[in-house]
Design a binder for this molecule. Sequence first.
Ligand SMILES: O=C(CO)COP(=O)(O)O
Length: 170
Amino acid sequence: MGRKFFVGGNWKCVISHYAHILFQFVADKVAYALAQGLKVIACVGETLEQRESGSTVEVVAAQTKAIAAKVSDWTNVVLAYEPVWAIGTGKVASPAQAQEVHFELRKWLQANVSPEVAATTRIIYGGSVNGANSKELAGQPDVDGFLVGGASLKPEFIDIIKSAEVKKST
Ligand SMILES: O=C(CO)COP(=O)(O)O
């Protein structure tokens, strides 16, 4: 696999969590940041209501579509799956839930952008990642790293960083 594992602290979340409300606005912010030479972590994710109604994949695809319409070079873009219901709540997506969405996002990139962008763009997970759950999440094939909030301020952040080691054996 050609993607390097990535773990970022909460200060790196350039794009707000409210992407689900203002897809277009977020896409414009992504394009502007890239034009200014910044690297971007673009966050997508569904609300609890959207998850419970079964529209998660549709929602994140629509958010990614808005971003993709404004991005011609994905080199400086990292996509973060951040379910709104998991941010700062202590409720983390299960490894299977995260993998499913990451897989669907990569599939979307493959079909709508290019196989190369799908293979090389990091798709990281954010939302209540901690030292106890990071290893299993990192073990999922399409989880390429984490965007960490609360736990980035605690000693367990070291354990989260160390979870990158599970990729060495894959
Ligand atoms: O939004 C996040 C990082 O920017 C995630 O925050 P938590 O890890 O505190 O849920």
